[in-house]
Design a protein around this ligand. Sequence first.
Ligand code: FAD
Length: 375
Amino acid sequence: MRIGVVGGGFAGLMAAYRMLELGYEVELFEEHGRVGYPPHCTGVVSQETVDGIGRPAKEALEASYEGLIITLDKVKCKLRTREGIAKLDRVKLEEIMLREVSARGVVRLGSKVRRVTPQGSLELAGERKHSYDIVILAEGIQGRLRAQIDLIHNPTTSLGVNIEIPGSSGEKGYFKVGFTPAMNGYTWEVPVSNRLVVGALSVNPGEAVRAAKKLAGDRRRLRVYGGRVIHGPPLPRARNGRVVVIGDAAGVNKPITGGGLWPNTMLVNQWAGYIARGLNVLEAFDRAYSTIYSRLYKQYKLARAFYEAPASERVKLIRFLGSLLEKGLCDRLNGRIGYDSHEELLGIILRDPRLLVKTASLILKNISIIKKIIL
Ligand SMILES: Cc1cc2nc3c(=O)[nH]c(=O)nc-3n(C[C@H](O)[C@H](O)[C@H](O)COP(=O)(O)OP(=O)(O)OC[C@H]3O[C@@H](n4cnc5c(N)ncnc54)[C@H](O)[C@@H]3O)c2cc1C
């Protein structure tokens, strides 16, 4: 079985890595001369993601946290997550993964793929056509090749900006995330040894830049980087013929945060698991994709109410969630919610009779918001 992979970002490298482990012949094309550049990602992931990636993530580990401090409309919640959270050096991660993939497969850096067909062929300028049994398209957010095979995708996106400054946040073992009603996005402060990564994302790019700069203040900037972040929905159908689409190109991202490493790790690992159990490679992909799609779609309903709703509704949603935290949701979530399991939020409220009683009037007042999140 010959597999062609387009894109040497996280998703393409992760898929290539697993397919090589299964014993397939893999050829990966990356248009840039190196991987990981330009840097864009903050690199905050769950421990489940670190374990799911394996050794390369452990080698690229920069910091670990017990949880996060969420501020929602002035309500502060110090939340220990069900499992730990990690900060990875994203450039290093991709460099290590590249090394692993190059050791067993063929990697062609500086090679831009110009055309793809559902039959599994790839075209590069001045070369004969390359034919594969399976093509994995992991070309990132722009999705130019994906559009050539009629898989059209228009997710909601925002701009994310990271600014690295010297210093620390003062909260050992936790990083901070802040939501305010005025902002169509959120901010973060992630401590890493003697520096702090502060940043913001917003559907309104100017707002993201302003919020990140405000957090950095007049401190010396060690590094500034960022890019577009995807908030769903994921692509409903991620395969045409022999070509499968993964990563940002398919919107396989956690819709609230835009995090792409967890869902792609889950997708690729589950795909490889089904193949190892004897399923045909394409059927195995369809099955694994439908599992991650349904989880991400549930998360998308909450993200949609936040990123796509009119400002007045977003304000109500943030105030509602803030009040829930204040009335006991923060305690209830402590140690019980996974960093990636945003879709579990409402279930946790609804399954807890004491919390339900405490928040009943709040829930009744906000029933229209809840319906939007559920339906
Ligand atoms: C500011 C910011 C912060 C983020 N923070 C986090 C975070 O904390 N945690 C998290 O999990 N996620 C985070 N993300 C999201 C995460 O970075 C992405 O989901 C992930 O990097 C996407 O990987 P990818 O491989 O799908 O796409 P990309 O990384 O964009 O890789 C696509 C690759 O394909 C190559 N390519 C494209 N077209 C072609 C072609 N025609 N031929 C050959 N090569 C081609 C590109 O050069 C590129 O290298 C963040 C993103 C941003 C922007």
